[in-house]
Write a protein that binds this ligand. Structure first.
Ligand code: FAD
Length: 396
């Protein structure tokens, strides 16, 4: 949509072919239907938050950055607001408003749109784009074709990976596709017993089986029927994927703001102040009730023991469990459930200043189909918008 609007704004005859009956189907789902449209951080921070080839984006972001996007939406009647960690949302908190604004942008600039119109292939004989074929067998002549078919995640929104096939046919290398920002399955069964419980502030460290630290994240964790999800787990998934064959272990500090000595002191106070109570009726002041039996089991403390029967060693074990719950990772959820697809059209074969293929003249790749992927925070949509814009401005 952004590419078509930009091309049309330059007076080019522009046709957008969308296979769905509506435009921007995935956008309706974004940010829990509130659409985290971008991030207010500076360009360098955006690139830092793009572990998949962030540096490829410098030119695109200098041509069209987060401020430009916010201004564009403002002009299109969608004022935005900034929430924690710089996440930008429409004031209305409706993802639908973002799609409608993009539609106004498209039509306002004179682009033609055909819905329910899947493209089946691209003609690029002789190293130059000639046009596209529709699934109805029609050939449409074009001097430039922008492939904005998205990744492979949430395929029911339309992103079924067609663009990868066309890129390969054109001679492009596809960097292996993998799910990113996706929930994690655990070998341990206890997280499933806590299904639905979410904790706002947990420090989760990921290690290889050899003890090498892969990454740590501080933030929300959600227990699910298969293991773990929540913002910090989604981010970790991006980094642990490559180590899954080797085996990955997570260590969760459930009270990251308390140090071990202070926590132990507090524990002495809690337990000695309530000598005859069961620990589950004491610890619920500092921990969610559902977590307590799991922690007691980890610490080897019978849930029937009264506070005054808990030994010093058992208390130390409880503190250790709170500060470092070990969880063994079984794998990640499938691609269909991933927020983004990592991997894609190799950025080495795409000109970063235009998004044009270095192999086929007039062929452009933008958005998630590229081997570029970012963390959560509005970065992935900004990448799609910026790369789309720069391609639209360079079609000819
Ligand atoms: C649940 C969820 C929540 C998300 N939330 C956020 C968020 O809040 N902020 C953020 O920055 N990112 C978010 N993302 C990621 C973001 O939505 C994507 O990275 C972004 O939409 C990618 O844009 P794109 O244009 O490259 O691809 P897509 O948005 O996937 O669009 C590709 C389009 O191409 C069409 N298409 C595909 N093949 C063909 C064909 N052969 N012919 C014609 N049309 C075709 C598809 O139907 C689709 O409409 C979220 C993703 C998901 C799944």
């Amino acid at each position: 949509m952004m590419a078509a609007a930009a091309a049309a704004s330059r007076g080019m005859k522009t046709l957008l072919l969308e296979k769905n009956r509506i435009l921007g189907k995935k956008i309706y789902l974004t940010g829990n239907k509130r659409c985290n449209v971008t991030n207010s951080c500076d360009v360098d921070r955006l690139i830092e938050n793009t572990p998949g080839n962030g540096v490829f984006l410098y030119s695109a972001l200098y041509a069209f950055n987060q401020e430009d996007l916010i201004e564009l939406f403002n002009n299109l009647g969608v004022p935005t607001k900034i929430e924690e960690e710089g996440r930008v949302f429409p004031v209305s908190e409706r993802a639908a408003d973002v799609v409608k604004a993009l539609e106004r942008h498209l039509y306002g600039n004179g682009a033609e749109v055909r819905l329910s119109s899947p493209v089946s292939g691209i003609d690029f004989k002789g190293g130059k784009v000639r046009g596209i074929y529709t699934c109805r067998g029609q050939f449409i002549r074009a001097s430039s074709v922008v492939v904005a078919t998205g990744g492979l995640s949430y395929p029911w929104t339309g992103s079924t990976g067609d663009g990868y096939r066309w890129a390969e046919e054109a001679g492009h290398r596809i960097i292996p596709l993998r799910p990113s920002l996706v929930a994690v399955e655990t070998e341990d069964k206890w997280p499933a017993g806590l299904q639905g419980l979410s904790l706002d502030r947990v420090r989760t460290e990921a290690f290889t089986s050899g003890g090498r630290k892969i990454r740590e994240e501080l933030g929300g964790v959600l227990f699910t029927h298969f293991g773990l999800s929540g913002p910090s787990i989604l981010t970790l998934s991006r980094f642990i994927y490559d180590f899954l064959e080797e085996k990955v272990l997570l260590k969760m500090d459930l009270m990251p703001d308390a140090d071990v000595t202070d926590l132990d002191k507090n524990m002495v106070e809690y337990l000695s102040g309530n000598p005859n109570k069961l620990p589950k009726n004491i610890l619920n002041r500092i921990l969610p009730q559902r977590l307590i039996p799991v922690l007691l089991k980890k610490a080897g403390i019978s849930s029937l023991k009264a506070a005054n029967q808990i030994s010093r060693e058992e208390r130390a074990g409880l503190v250790r469990a709170i500060k470092g719950m070990d969880i063994s990772v079984a794998g990640v959820r499938p691609m269909e459930e991933a927020i983004v697809t990592a991997g894609g059209v190799s950025t080495r074969e795409v000109n970063p200043s235009t998004m044009e293929s270095r192999l086929v003249k007039g062929l452009f790749f933008v958005g998630e189909v590229l081997d570029v992927d970012a963390l959560t925070g509005g970065f992935n949509l900004q990448i799609a918008f910026s790369t789309g814009y720069i391609a639209g401005m360079n079609c000819r």
